[in-house]
Design a protein around this ligand. Structure first.
Ligand code: TYM
Length: 379
C-alpha cells in the first residue's frame, strides 16, 4: 500500500512522518552529538528526551550556545493555542521546556494564542477564555518557576503585542503565507495575519530591556513553519533570529504516525482523564506490536518499535534507560505480553496524573503570579 504523503502545518499533521526527510524539507539541522555535548557542558546531565532524540533537530543552537558562553543569557519562549484540553503530547514538550528552564536558570515567556483559536476554530471567545484558564493550570502544574515564567495572552496583552506584530506583518507577504501554509484566497484575513502574532514573543524581552536578548523556542515540528516564515524578518527589524529546538510528536493511541490531538479525545490521554478512562483508552485503542495469540506471541515475540505503549514509555514515562531496555527485550522476545506492557503504561500514567491533577488544583491559587503585568520585573 502506498504511504500517505506527509503534511505538516501548524493546523494539520497527516501522513507517515519521516523525520529524516523533514530535516531536509524544513531546512533544519540534526541535533547531533557535538551539539548535545555542548549542551551537556552547561546542564551537566542530558534530559532523556535529548539522549533518545525525541528532541531531534534545531535551528541556530550553536549560535545560542556561543552567546551563552560569552555571558549573553537567553530566554525560552513557547506557547499553547487554547482550543481544548491538554493531552500528553503537549505535556512532553513543556516537561522538556521546564528542564531547560532549570538547567540554564532562564526566564520563560509562554504565549496563549486565544486570537489564533478564534480565527481558526469554530469557538466563541468565551469558550476560548475558559480553555485559556484551564490550560494555564496544566502549565503551572508542571512546576515552572513563577518568578521566571511570564504568561502572555494575545487578546489581553494586545497593547504589548500589536505595535510589534504590525512590523512583522508589513514584511510578510500573502504569497509567502500561501506557500508556507497552503493558504488560499478563501482564508479569512485574520488567519493570514496570525503568524506575525506568534513571531512577537521572541522579541518581547529585547523590547522591555532595550537590548537584544537571545531566544530559544522549544516546540514540536508542526509549529516550525511560523518561525520559518518570520525568520528573515527578525534581523530586518534589528533583532536576533530566535534559535529553535524541535521535538517529535507523541503519536495518537492508534498508531506510531501522526500526532496526538485533543480534537480526537478518544485516542488521546487528557490531563483530566480519570484512572478508569486511562485504562479503558489504553486497553481499547493503544496500537499493539504484539502477535494475535498468546502462543504466537511467546514464539515470535512482539515489535516494540511500532507498539504505542512502548513508545509512550520511551518518550515520557520511563526515564531509566536500563529499565526501558529490559522492557524492550522482554517484549521483543515474547517473554512480556501486550497486556502486561499496557498495564505498566496504565500504572505509570495514572501515578503521574494523580500528582498532576493535585498540582492542577493548587495552581488555581497562584495563577495570577504567572500572568505578565507591566510592573513585573524581568530578569
Ligand atoms: P498547540 O496548542 O497546538 O500545541 C502546544 C505545543 O505542543 C506541541 N504539540 C505536541 N508535542 C508533541 N506531541 C504532540 N502530539 C503534540 N501536539 C502538539 C506543539 O508543537 C506546541 O509546541 N500556535 C501554537 C501556540 C504557540 C506556540 C508558540 C507553540 C504560540 N507561540 C511558540 C510553540 C512555540 C499552538 O497552537 O500550539
Amino acid at each position: 500500500m502506498a504511504k500517505e504523503s506527509m503534511k505538516i502545518t501548524p493546523w494539520e499533521v497527516s501522513g507517515n512522518i519521516d523525520y529524516e526527510k523533514l530535516i531536509k524539507e524544513f531546512g533544519v539541522s540534526k541535533l547531533d552529538n557535538k551539539v548535545l555535548e555542548r549542551i551537556k557542558k552547561h546542564s551537566k546531565k542530558l534530559h532523556f528526551m535529548l539522549d533518545r532524540k525525541i528532541f531531534f533537530a534545531h535551528r541556530d543552537l550553536d549560535w545560542l550556545l556561543d552567546e551563552y558562553e560569552k555571558g549573553n543569557k537567553f530566554f525560552l519562549y513557547t506557547g499553547r493555542g487554547p482550543s481544548g484540553p491538554i493531552h500528553l503530547g503537549h505535556l512532553g514538550t513543556w516537561i522538556f521546556t521546564k528542564w531547560l528552564q532549570d538547567a540554564f536558570n532562564v526566564d520563560l515567556w509562554f504565549q496563549f494564542t486565544d486570537d489564533e483559536k478564534f480565527l481558526f476554530n469554530d469557538l466563541s471567545i468565551q469558550e476560548i477564555q475558559k480553555w485559556t484558564y484551564e490550560n494555564m493550570l496544566d502549565v503551572i502544574a508542571l512546576g515552572f518557576d513563577p518568578g521566571k515564567t511570564h504568561f502572555i495572552v494575545d487578546i489581553k496583552h494586545i497593547g504589548l503585542m500589536y505595535p510589534e506584530a504590525i512590523k512583522f506583518a508589513k514584511k510578510i507577504t500573502f504569497s509567502t503565507v500561501k506557500s508556507a501554509f497552503g493558504m488560499t484566497n478563501e482564508n479569512n484575513i485574520g488567519q493570514i495575519f496570525y503568524t506575525s502574532m506568534q513571531a512577537v514573543p521572541a522579541v518581547i524581552p529585547s523590547i522591555l530591556k532595550g537590548k537584544n536578548v537571545p531566544c530559544l523556542i522549544p516546540l514540536a515540528v508542526d509549529q516550525d513553519p511560523h518561525f520559518r516564515v518570520a525568520r528573515d524578518v527578525y534581523p530586518k527589524l534589528g533583532y536576533y533570529k530566535p534559535a529553535i529546538i524541535h521535538g517529535k510528536f507523541l503519536p495518537p493511541l492508534t498508531g506510531v504516525s501522526g500526532k496526538m490531538s485533543s480534537s480526537k479525545s478518544e485516542v488521546a490521554i487528557l490531563t483530566t482523564d480519570s484512572p478508569k478512562e486511562v485504562e479503558y483508552k489504553i486497553k481499547k485503542y493503544a496500537f499493539s506490536g504484539g502477535q494475535s495469540t498468546v502462543e504466537e506471541h511467546r514464539k515470535k515475540g512482539g515489535n516494540p518499535d511500532v507498539d504505542v505503549s512502548f513508545q509512550y514509555l520511551r518518550t515520557l514515562f520511563e526515564p531509566d534507560d536500563k529499565k526501558l531496555e529490559r522492557i524492550y527485550k522482554n517484549y521483543k522476545s515474547g517473554k512480556m505480553l501486550t497486556g502486561e506492557l499496557k498495564q505498566i503504561l496504565i500504572d505509570r500514567i495514572n501515578n503521574f496524573l494523580k500528582e498532576h491533577q493535585k498540582k492542577r488544583e493548587q495552581a488555581k491559587k497562584i495563577i495570577d503570579k504567572f500572568i505578565y503585568k507591566p510592573s513585573t520585573s524581568v530578569s
